[in-house]
Write a protein that binds this ligand. Structure first.
Ligand SMILES: Cc1cc2nc3c(=O)[nH]c(=O)nc-3n(C[C@H](O)[C@H](O)[C@H](O)COP(=O)(O)OP(=O)(O)OC[C@H]3O[C@@H](n4cnc5c(N)ncnc54)[C@H](O)[C@@H]3O)c2cc1C
Length: 461
């Protein structure tokens, strides 16, 4: 694919659309929009534009499509696979100023938002009405970025991923056409599910200009537990049993010993340095939750847990979750100057113990250091292997280990990416994971974006 250059003529055209203050070619702005939170090589765009509405986006896309100028949508740039890096330059559309909560439909449990709304701020607003939007990637992500990557998080085990909450969207196609996809009804069997086509498409099919999200009522009570085991296998074996018990956890997270050590150091905690599960339940009464946790304790004890701490107050619980959310920072602080390769496999829950064990064997065999953690209840394993991408030989060993681990997940019927998206880093697994249906994905891409201007270089090699 050959792309057109963004010359002064096109820039002047964009300035006419959005005004001079919402276009930048400044060095620091381009630098900021040339990277995400991954190790992938930086690439600056030629210009950054802050649109305010679908009409402005439409006019920019129409021009870009005509001139074959790459356009990369940008939320907060917290992706971990290079998803938002504009690898072919061109225009970055930053939705920072499209950050309005447009309408709360309290009785329908729905909210209509612009893509630049930060999900944490949305949840702060919704909490006043006893509502929340459960998918929770931890980082300061935007709704547009969560839709782009089909993000999920600690509460996905109970409530689902972003795709399960998007009811309706306004999407601007690369041609500039503005369409509405989805429904406001809780269910629909009406034709192809275009909403889900755009969710997780990483900005490669069009730009999301507005989203209606389904919401959930905030739970009245919660109860958390920290469970520790003598061996990692015991901690992972228990996951499937908890999930089968009929008690549906609101969070079920795994931390291996190196991760617990990193978190202890970084957050000044004193967790026993053992394989650990963080578990949380939501319910209507503390008495009911106590009963549920007693049952979970029995399951854990039967599987050799050495500690089950469920008497955790609100403050301590918040401290633990903050520590969980800062696992990446903790690992970073324990490995100064190194960048981690992030593995994000997800497998059927019965395969989770084997998946984790396999990853540990690969680490042992290669002598690499790794940190295993993740949303265990969803069968999602994150393994961070710190290294130096610039040191070819060493980084190749890291990549080979990661390939072997992801390969095992695929053999188990799992996926190369449970929640971070394909971006640049996971493109190489797409054929193995999807086989012939990858061709159909490419045909869909070519149909909607025949000039390949939308976030080029992502998902497909
Ligand atoms: C510390 C840390 C922890 C994380 N934990 C998790 C986790 O638990 N679960 C998880 O899922 N992710 C996690 N992530 C990854 C990341 O935060 C999520 O993928 C998040 O959804 C990205 O949001 P963003 O606003 O930063 O989007 P960006 O990174 O800016 O963009 C993401 C993708 O969406 C596209 N996009 C953005 N806006 C639009 C739009 N309006 N229209 C169309 N496409 C658009 C972009 O082009 C890109 O392909 C974590 C990241 C960090 C740094």
């Amino acid at each position: 694919m050959t792309y057109g250059k963004l010359t002064n003529k096109e820039l002047d055209f964009v300035r006419e659309i959005v005004g001079p203050d919402r276009v930048s070619t400044g060095e620091s702005v381009l630098d900021l929009h040339g990277k995400d939170e991954s190790f992938h090589r930086k690439r600056r765009p030629d210009a950054v534009v802050w649109p305010l509405n679908a009409e402005e986006i439409s006019r920019i896309l129409r021009m870009a499509n005509e001139k074959r100028i790459p356009v990369t949508p940008w939320g907060a740039g917290t992706s971990l696979e290079g998803n938002s890096i504009p690898v072919q330059g061109g225009i970055v559309l930053d939705f920072q100023q499209m950050n309005h909560i447009l309408q709360l439909m309290e009785k329908d449990l729905q909210v209509r938002v612009e893509p630049g709304v930060i999900y944490k701020e949305l949840n702060q607003y919704l909490s006043r009405y006893g509502l929340f939007f459960p998918p929770d990637p931890g980082a300061s992500a935007t709704i547009g970025g969560m839709v782009g990557n089909n993000a999920s998080g600690v509460r996905t085990v109970k409530y689902g991923a972003t795709k399960d909450f998007v009811l309706n969207m306004v999407v601007v196609l690369p041609s500039g056409e503005i369409i509405q996809v989805g429904t406001k009804a809780a269910k629909s069997s009406s034709g192809y599910d275009l909403c889900r086509l755009f969710v997780g498409s990483e900005g490669t099919l069009g730009v999301v200009a507005e989203v209606i999200l389904r919401l959930i009522g905030l739970p009245a009570e919660f109860m958390a537990a920290v469970v520790q085991f003598g061996a990692l296998r015991q901690a992972t074996d228990v996951v499937s049993q908890i999930m089968r018990s009929g008690l549906s956890p609101a969070a079920l997270e795994l931390l291996d010993i190196p991760t617990v050590q990193a978190v202890n150091r970084y957050k000044n905690l004193s967790l026993q340095e053992k394989p650990t599960l963080f578990i949380e339940y939501y319910g209507t009464s503390l008495a009911g939750l106590k009963e549920e946790l007693a049952w979970v304790e029995e399951i854990c004890t039967d599987n050799g847990s050495i500690r089950f701490d469920s008497g955790i107050g609100r403050e301590e619980r918040n401290r633990l979750w903050e520590a969980r959310y800062q696992v990446r920072d903790s690992i970073g602080a324990s490995n100064p100057g190194l960048s981690p390769l992030v593995i994000d496999t997800a497998v059927p829950i019965s395969k989770y113990p084997d998946m984790v064990e396999w990853s540990q064997k690969v680490l042992e065999k290669t002598g690499l250091r790794g940190y295993a953690f993740g949303h265990a209840g969803s069968g999602n394993l994150h393994l961070e292997i710190p290294g130096t991408p610039e040191e070819k030989g060493q980084w190749q060993a890291v990549e080979e280990a990661a390939d072997e681990i992801v390969g095992y997940a695929l053999e188990c019927g799992g996926t190369a990416t449970g929640e971070h998206g394909v971006g640049i880093g996971k493109r190489k697994f797409m054929r193995r994971e999807h086989g012939e249906s990858l061709k159909l994905m490419k045909q869909i891409k070519d149909l909607l974006d025949p000039n390949g201007i939308m976030n080029p270089g992502k998902i497909f090699d």
